[in-house]
Design a protein around this ligand. Structure first.
Ligand SMILES: *Cc1c(COP(=O)(O)O)cnc(C)c1O
Length: 368
Protein backbone atom coordinates (compact mmCIF):
# COMPACT_ATOMS: atom_id res chain seq x y z
CA UNK A 1 0.00 0.00 0.00
CA UNK A 2 1.16 3.47 -0.81
CA UNK A 3 2.30 5.84 1.92
CA UNK A 4 -0.30 8.66 1.92
CA UNK A 5 2.57 11.07 2.48
CA UNK A 6 3.45 10.47 -1.21
CA UNK A 7 0.32 12.42 -2.13
CA UNK A 8 1.98 15.62 -0.98
CA UNK A 9 4.06 17.47 -3.61
CA UNK A 10 7.73 16.46 -3.55
CA UNK A 11 8.82 19.99 -2.66
CA UNK A 12 6.73 19.73 0.51
CA UNK A 13 7.99 16.25 1.39
CA UNK A 14 11.60 17.40 1.12
CA UNK A 15 11.14 20.03 3.84
CA UNK A 16 13.21 19.29 6.96
CA UNK A 17 11.04 19.90 10.05
CA UNK A 18 11.79 23.07 12.01
CA UNK A 19 13.63 22.30 15.27
CA UNK A 20 12.33 24.59 17.99
CA UNK A 21 14.11 25.17 21.29
CA UNK A 22 13.34 22.34 23.72
CA UNK A 23 10.43 23.30 26.01
CA UNK A 24 11.15 23.38 29.76
CA UNK A 25 8.35 20.88 30.46
CA UNK A 26 9.88 18.37 28.02
CA UNK A 27 13.35 18.50 29.60
CA UNK A 28 11.79 18.23 33.07
CA UNK A 29 10.00 15.01 31.96
CA UNK A 30 13.06 13.58 30.24
CA UNK A 31 15.57 14.22 33.01
CA UNK A 32 13.26 14.08 36.02
CA UNK A 33 14.18 17.68 36.90
CA UNK A 34 12.05 20.33 38.60
CA UNK A 35 10.79 22.84 36.02
CA UNK A 36 11.85 25.66 38.34
CA UNK A 37 15.45 24.41 38.30
CA UNK A 38 15.66 24.58 34.51
CA UNK A 39 17.05 27.56 32.63
CA UNK A 40 15.84 27.93 29.05
CA UNK A 41 18.04 30.13 26.92
CA UNK A 42 17.06 28.55 23.63
CA UNK A 43 14.44 30.69 21.88
CA UNK A 44 15.50 34.32 22.30
CA UNK A 45 12.59 35.03 24.59
CA UNK A 46 12.54 37.98 26.99
CA UNK A 47 13.56 36.58 30.41
CA UNK A 48 11.84 39.50 32.14
CA UNK A 49 8.39 38.48 30.92
CA UNK A 50 6.10 41.39 30.02
CA UNK A 51 5.48 44.95 31.15
CA UNK A 52 2.74 46.00 33.60
CA UNK A 53 0.43 47.64 31.03
CA UNK A 54 0.66 44.56 28.84
CA UNK A 55 -0.26 42.30 31.74
CA UNK A 56 -3.28 44.44 32.63
CA UNK A 57 -4.44 44.48 29.00
CA UNK A 58 -4.18 40.69 28.74
CA UNK A 59 -6.22 40.23 31.89
CA UNK A 60 -8.89 42.60 30.61
CA UNK A 61 -8.98 40.95 27.17
CA UNK A 62 -9.74 37.53 28.62
CA UNK A 63 -13.28 38.73 29.30
CA UNK A 64 -13.87 39.04 25.54
CA UNK A 65 -12.46 35.78 24.24
CA UNK A 66 -15.88 34.41 23.32
CA UNK A 67 -15.96 37.00 20.51
CA UNK A 68 -13.98 36.81 17.28
CA UNK A 69 -11.08 39.24 17.18
CA UNK A 70 -11.10 42.36 15.00
CA UNK A 71 -9.93 40.77 11.75
CA UNK A 72 -8.47 44.09 10.63
CA UNK A 73 -6.66 44.80 13.89
CA UNK A 74 -7.80 48.42 13.70
CA UNK A 75 -6.59 49.51 17.12
CA UNK A 76 -3.13 48.00 16.78
CA UNK A 77 -2.69 49.39 13.27
CA UNK A 78 -3.80 52.81 14.47
CA UNK A 79 -1.31 52.69 17.30
CA UNK A 80 1.55 51.56 15.04
CA UNK A 81 0.58 54.19 12.50
CA UNK A 82 0.72 56.97 15.10
CA UNK A 83 3.93 55.66 16.65
CA UNK A 84 5.89 55.27 13.43
CA UNK A 85 4.20 57.78 11.12
CA UNK A 86 3.11 55.16 8.58
CA UNK A 87 -0.23 54.67 6.80
CA UNK A 88 -2.53 52.06 8.27
CA UNK A 89 -2.93 50.65 4.75
CA UNK A 90 0.78 49.80 4.76
CA UNK A 91 0.56 47.54 7.80
CA UNK A 92 -0.08 43.78 7.70
CA UNK A 93 -0.56 42.00 11.02
CA UNK A 94 0.49 38.42 11.60
CA UNK A 95 0.28 35.57 14.08
CA UNK A 96 3.89 36.31 14.96
CA UNK A 97 6.15 37.76 12.28
CA UNK A 98 6.64 34.19 11.03
CA UNK A 99 3.07 34.38 9.78
CA UNK A 100 3.84 37.61 7.95
CA UNK A 101 6.84 35.94 6.30
CA UNK A 102 4.53 33.12 5.20
CA UNK A 103 2.14 35.70 3.74
CA UNK A 104 4.98 37.09 1.64
CA UNK A 105 5.76 33.58 0.40
CA UNK A 106 2.08 32.81 -0.38
CA UNK A 107 1.61 36.06 -2.21
CA UNK A 108 4.86 36.21 -4.19
CA UNK A 109 6.35 32.73 -4.51
CA UNK A 110 5.33 29.51 -6.22
CA UNK A 111 6.70 26.85 -8.57
CA UNK A 112 8.88 28.36 -11.29
CA UNK A 113 9.94 31.19 -9.00
CA UNK A 114 13.02 31.54 -6.79
CA UNK A 115 13.98 33.28 -3.57
CA UNK A 116 17.45 34.30 -2.49
CA UNK A 117 18.76 34.10 1.07
CA UNK A 118 22.03 33.71 2.94
CA UNK A 119 23.79 30.70 4.36
CA UNK A 120 23.21 30.64 8.18
CA UNK A 121 20.03 32.70 7.81
CA UNK A 122 16.84 32.40 9.88
CA UNK A 123 15.32 28.96 9.21
CA UNK A 124 11.90 30.26 8.25
CA UNK A 125 13.14 31.67 4.92
CA UNK A 126 14.11 28.31 3.40
CA UNK A 127 10.96 26.80 4.91
CA UNK A 128 8.60 29.42 3.49
CA UNK A 129 10.37 29.27 0.12
CA UNK A 130 10.30 25.50 -0.17
CA UNK A 131 6.73 25.05 1.01
CA UNK A 132 5.54 27.13 -1.97
CA UNK A 133 7.54 25.05 -4.45
CA UNK A 134 9.88 27.96 -5.12
CA UNK A 135 13.58 27.41 -5.74
CA UNK A 136 15.99 28.41 -2.97
CA UNK A 137 19.13 30.32 -3.98
CA UNK A 138 21.53 30.07 -1.05
CA UNK A 139 24.36 32.59 -1.02
CA UNK A 140 27.49 31.82 1.04
CA UNK A 141 27.84 34.04 4.09
CA UNK A 142 30.77 36.39 4.52
CA UNK A 143 32.21 36.29 8.03
CA UNK A 144 28.93 34.65 9.15
CA UNK A 145 26.99 37.68 7.82
CA UNK A 146 24.76 38.14 4.78
CA UNK A 147 26.93 38.99 1.75
CA UNK A 148 24.53 41.51 0.26
CA UNK A 149 26.68 42.13 -2.84
CA UNK A 150 26.75 38.43 -3.62
CA UNK A 151 23.02 38.19 -2.97
CA UNK A 152 22.35 40.87 -5.59
CA UNK A 153 24.54 38.99 -8.07
CA UNK A 154 22.74 35.70 -7.35
CA UNK A 155 19.35 37.11 -8.35
CA UNK A 156 18.16 35.58 -11.60
CA UNK A 157 15.14 36.04 -13.87
CA UNK A 158 13.00 33.79 -11.72
CA UNK A 159 13.82 35.48 -8.40
CA UNK A 160 10.92 37.29 -6.80
CA UNK A 161 11.92 37.49 -3.13
CA UNK A 162 15.15 38.30 -1.25
CA UNK A 163 15.07 37.42 2.46
CA UNK A 164 17.32 39.47 4.75
CA UNK A 165 17.37 39.18 8.54
CA UNK A 166 18.77 42.30 10.18
CA UNK A 167 20.13 41.44 12.71
CA UNK A 168 20.28 37.83 11.60
CA UNK A 169 19.42 34.89 13.82
CA UNK A 170 21.40 32.75 14.71
CA UNK A 171 24.53 34.75 13.84
CA UNK A 172 23.58 38.12 15.35
CA UNK A 173 25.24 39.90 12.42
CA UNK A 174 23.95 43.27 11.27
CA UNK A 175 24.02 45.27 8.03
CA UNK A 176 24.16 49.03 8.52
CA UNK A 177 21.61 51.40 7.02
CA UNK A 178 23.99 52.45 4.21
CA UNK A 179 24.55 48.82 3.22
CA UNK A 180 20.81 48.16 3.16
CA UNK A 181 20.26 51.28 1.06
CA UNK A 182 22.98 50.25 -1.40
CA UNK A 183 21.41 46.78 -1.61
CA UNK A 184 17.97 48.23 -2.30
CA UNK A 185 19.36 50.44 -5.07
CA UNK A 186 20.85 47.43 -6.83
CA UNK A 187 18.08 44.85 -6.46
CA UNK A 188 15.74 44.82 -9.50
CA UNK A 189 12.30 46.32 -8.79
CA UNK A 190 10.67 42.99 -9.56
CA UNK A 191 12.27 41.40 -6.50
CA UNK A 192 10.51 41.90 -3.19
CA UNK A 193 13.10 42.57 -0.47
CA UNK A 194 12.05 41.40 2.99
CA UNK A 195 14.04 42.96 5.82
CA UNK A 196 13.26 41.09 9.01
CA UNK A 197 13.91 43.34 12.00
CA UNK A 198 12.80 41.02 14.81
CA UNK A 199 15.62 42.26 17.07
CA UNK A 200 15.29 45.95 16.23
CA UNK A 201 14.58 47.01 19.83
CA UNK A 202 17.90 45.52 20.95
CA UNK A 203 20.02 47.62 18.57
CA UNK A 204 22.26 50.26 20.12
CA UNK A 205 21.12 53.83 19.37
CA UNK A 206 23.89 54.52 16.84
CA UNK A 207 22.79 51.53 14.73
CA UNK A 208 19.08 52.35 14.77
CA UNK A 209 17.67 54.00 11.69
CA UNK A 210 14.29 54.89 10.35
CA UNK A 211 14.06 51.92 8.04
CA UNK A 212 10.30 52.47 7.65
CA UNK A 213 11.12 55.60 5.62
CA UNK A 214 12.77 53.39 3.00
CA UNK A 215 9.38 51.85 2.16
CA UNK A 216 8.29 55.19 0.66
CA UNK A 217 11.24 55.13 -1.75
CA UNK A 218 11.24 51.39 -2.45
CA UNK A 219 7.80 49.93 -3.25
CA UNK A 220 9.40 46.47 -3.36
CA UNK A 221 10.50 46.64 0.30
CA UNK A 222 8.77 44.80 3.13
CA UNK A 223 9.95 45.36 6.71
CA UNK A 224 8.85 42.94 9.41
CA UNK A 225 8.90 43.36 13.17
CA UNK A 226 7.60 41.38 16.10
CA UNK A 227 6.27 41.57 19.64
CA UNK A 228 7.91 38.21 20.43
CA UNK A 229 11.34 39.46 21.41
CA UNK A 230 11.85 42.70 23.39
CA UNK A 231 8.11 43.07 24.14
CA UNK A 232 8.00 39.58 25.63
CA UNK A 233 4.95 38.29 23.77
CA UNK A 234 6.41 35.21 22.06
CA UNK A 235 3.64 32.98 23.44
CA UNK A 236 0.81 35.18 22.19
CA UNK A 237 2.08 35.41 18.60
CA UNK A 238 1.89 38.86 17.09
CA UNK A 239 4.08 40.56 14.52
CA UNK A 240 3.63 42.85 11.54
CA UNK A 241 4.93 43.95 8.19
CA UNK A 242 5.24 47.40 6.77
CA UNK A 243 5.03 47.59 3.00
CA UNK A 244 3.76 49.57 0.01
CA UNK A 245 -0.07 49.59 0.23
CA UNK A 246 -0.38 47.39 -2.88
CA UNK A 247 1.99 44.83 -1.41
CA UNK A 248 0.15 45.01 1.93
CA UNK A 249 -3.10 44.49 0.02
CA UNK A 250 -2.03 41.23 -1.66
CA UNK A 251 -0.57 39.97 1.59
CA UNK A 252 -3.87 40.68 3.32
CA UNK A 253 -5.73 38.75 0.62
CA UNK A 254 -3.89 35.51 1.42
CA UNK A 255 -4.16 36.08 5.17
CA UNK A 256 -6.60 34.10 7.28
CA UNK A 257 -9.35 36.53 8.32
CA UNK A 258 -8.67 36.17 12.06
CA UNK A 259 -4.96 35.38 12.05
CA UNK A 260 -4.17 37.45 15.15
CA UNK A 261 -6.14 36.58 18.26
CA UNK A 262 -7.89 39.15 20.41
CA UNK A 263 -5.69 38.75 23.50
CA UNK A 264 -2.57 39.20 21.37
CA UNK A 265 -4.01 42.31 19.72
CA UNK A 266 -4.86 43.89 23.07
CA UNK A 267 -1.47 42.93 24.52
CA UNK A 268 0.43 44.39 21.57
CA UNK A 269 -1.44 47.70 21.78
CA UNK A 270 -0.54 47.98 25.47
CA UNK A 271 3.01 46.73 24.94
CA UNK A 272 3.75 49.73 22.76
CA UNK A 273 3.13 51.86 25.88
CA UNK A 274 5.33 49.72 28.14
CA UNK A 275 8.29 51.81 27.11
CA UNK A 276 10.11 51.59 30.43
CA UNK A 277 9.92 47.83 30.26
CA UNK A 278 11.38 47.80 26.75
CA UNK A 279 14.10 50.29 27.76
CA UNK A 280 15.03 48.13 30.75
CA UNK A 281 15.02 45.01 28.57
CA UNK A 282 17.38 46.74 26.16
CA UNK A 283 19.78 47.87 28.91
CA UNK A 284 19.82 44.57 30.79
CA UNK A 285 20.26 42.67 27.55
CA UNK A 286 23.33 44.69 26.67
CA UNK A 287 24.82 44.00 30.12
CA UNK A 288 24.02 40.31 29.80
CA UNK A 289 25.55 40.16 26.35
CA UNK A 290 28.80 41.64 27.72
CA UNK A 291 28.69 39.15 30.61
CA UNK A 292 28.41 36.25 28.13
CA UNK A 293 31.08 37.66 25.81
CA UNK A 294 33.60 38.24 28.59
CA UNK A 295 33.05 34.82 30.09
CA UNK A 296 33.29 33.11 26.69
CA UNK A 297 36.63 34.82 26.17
CA UNK A 298 37.78 33.73 29.65
CA UNK A 299 36.85 30.16 28.73
CA UNK A 300 38.96 30.51 25.61
CA UNK A 301 35.94 30.40 23.28
CA UNK A 302 35.26 32.49 20.17
CA UNK A 303 31.84 33.93 19.54
CA UNK A 304 30.13 35.78 16.72
CA UNK A 305 29.66 39.42 17.83
CA UNK A 306 25.91 39.84 18.23
CA UNK A 307 23.40 42.65 17.78
CA UNK A 308 20.50 40.67 19.20
CA UNK A 309 19.50 39.14 22.55
CA UNK A 310 21.61 36.04 21.99
CA UNK A 311 25.22 35.04 21.47
CA UNK A 312 26.45 32.27 19.20
CA UNK A 313 29.52 30.72 20.75
CA UNK A 314 31.98 28.33 19.15
CA UNK A 315 32.29 25.44 21.61
CA UNK A 316 33.73 22.78 19.30
CA UNK A 317 31.76 19.57 19.76
CA UNK A 318 28.50 21.46 20.03
CA UNK A 319 26.11 18.48 19.99
CA UNK A 320 27.97 16.93 22.90
CA UNK A 321 28.17 20.14 24.93
CA UNK A 322 24.48 20.72 24.25
CA UNK A 323 23.61 17.36 25.85
CA UNK A 324 25.90 17.99 28.81
CA UNK A 325 24.21 21.34 29.38
CA UNK A 326 20.79 19.65 29.27
CA UNK A 327 21.87 17.28 32.03
CA UNK A 328 22.72 20.36 34.10
CA UNK A 329 19.26 21.79 33.45
CA UNK A 330 20.32 24.38 30.88
CA UNK A 331 18.65 24.49 27.46
CA UNK A 332 20.47 26.32 24.67
CA UNK A 333 20.08 26.00 20.91
CA UNK A 334 22.21 23.77 18.69
CA UNK A 335 22.75 25.44 15.31
CA UNK A 336 24.36 22.53 13.46
CA UNK A 337 21.83 20.81 11.20
CA UNK A 338 19.54 23.51 9.88
CA UNK A 339 21.91 26.42 10.27
CA UNK A 340 25.21 24.91 9.17
CA UNK A 341 27.15 25.88 12.31
CA UNK A 342 28.04 22.48 13.81
CA UNK A 343 30.64 23.87 16.23
CA UNK A 344 28.47 26.63 17.67
CA UNK A 345 25.72 26.88 20.25
CA UNK A 346 23.34 29.81 20.36
CA UNK A 347 22.51 31.05 23.83
CA UNK A 348 19.83 33.62 24.60
CA UNK A 349 20.81 36.40 26.97
CA UNK A 350 18.94 35.63 30.18
CA UNK A 351 18.77 37.42 33.51
CA UNK A 352 22.15 37.86 35.24
CA UNK A 353 21.40 34.80 37.40
CA UNK A 354 20.39 32.67 34.39
CA UNK A 355 23.51 33.72 32.52
CA UNK A 356 25.63 32.73 35.51
CA UNK A 357 23.95 29.35 35.73
CA UNK A 358 24.58 28.79 32.03
CA UNK A 359 28.23 29.90 32.28
CA UNK A 360 28.91 27.62 35.25
CA UNK A 361 27.27 24.70 33.42
CA UNK A 362 29.25 25.52 30.27
CA UNK A 363 32.56 25.65 32.14
CA UNK A 364 31.78 22.29 33.80
CA UNK A 365 30.62 20.72 30.52
CA UNK A 366 33.79 21.79 28.71
CA UNK A 367 35.94 20.19 31.44
CA UNK A 368 33.98 16.99 31.78
C1 LIG B 1 12.48 35.25 16.57
C2 LIG B 1 12.54 35.72 15.16
C3 LIG B 1 11.40 36.15 14.52
C4 LIG B 1 10.12 36.28 15.28
O1 LIG B 1 9.24 35.31 15.06
P1 LIG B 1 7.76 35.50 15.60
O2 LIG B 1 6.97 34.69 14.67
O3 LIG B 1 7.44 36.96 15.50
O4 LIG B 1 7.75 35.02 17.00
C5 LIG B 1 11.47 36.59 13.22
N1 LIG B 1 12.65 36.62 12.58
C6 LIG B 1 13.78 36.27 13.17
C7 LIG B 1 15.07 36.38 12.45
C8 LIG B 1 13.75 35.77 14.48
O5 LIG B 1 14.87 35.36 15.06
Amino acid sequence: MMDPCELSPSYVRSIAPYQPGKPISELAREMGLEEAAIVKLASNENPRGIGPRTRAAIEAAIGEVARYPDGNGFELKQKLSARYGVDMGSIVLGNGSNDVLELVASAFLGPGRAAVFSQHCFAVYPLATQSRGARPIVVPAKNYAHDLEAMVKAIDDETYVAWVANPNNPTGTFARHEEIEAFLRRVPERVLVVIDEAYNEYLTPELRSDSFKLVKRHPNLVITRTFSKAYGLAGLRVGYALAHPSVADVMNRVRQPFNVNSVALAAAVAALDDMEFVARSYAENLQGLRQLEESATQLGLDYIPSHGNFLTIRVGKAAEIYRKLLKRGVIVRPVGGGYGLPEHLRVTVGTAAENEKFLAALAASLKE
